[in-house]
Design a protein around this ligand. Structure first.
Ligand SMILES: [Zn+2]
Length: 121
């Protein structure tokens, strides 16, 4: 079978190759406990490249939310609970917000954080 994330040969009965399986194992172990930057540092320490990590995190298996959406919702909820709010954002909520942001930024106004043109004020 081929890896569902990167299409590399995974083995006879495996749906993920060893590399992608390692990414998933790290995510499962740390999810909700560390911030995204810490997670990136762990991936680096494990010798995984950004490409190897990104293709797993951004893969959409079937119709579900990606792992990145799941992580974002877990981190957002942890943050909100830390601020005393309920924190009930689901991975699908994250996916919807991300998709709506993508479509609005495609309409060609200034993207977030971009400086206004000189002399505009
Ligand atoms: Zn793979």
């Amino acid at each position: 079978m081929r890896c569902v994330y990167c299409r590399a040969r995974a083995g006879l009965l495996r749906r993920t190759c060893p590399t992608c399986a390692r990414v998933i194992a790290i995510v499962d172990k740390t999810a909700g406990n560390v911030g995204f930057q810490t997670l990136v540092d762990i991936f680096k320490a494990e010798g995984l490249t950004k490409e190897q990590v990104d293709r797993v995190l951004d893969a959409h298996i079937g119709q579900g939310a990606s792992i990145r959406d799941r992580l974002t919702s877990q981190m957002t909820n942890a943050l909100m609970r830390g601020l005393g709010m309920p924190g009930r954002q689901s991975p699908d909520d994250v996916k919807r917000v991300r998709e709506s942001m993508n479509s609005s930024s495609a309409q060609g106004t200034y993207s977030q954080g971009e400086e206004p043109p000189p002399g505009a004020h």
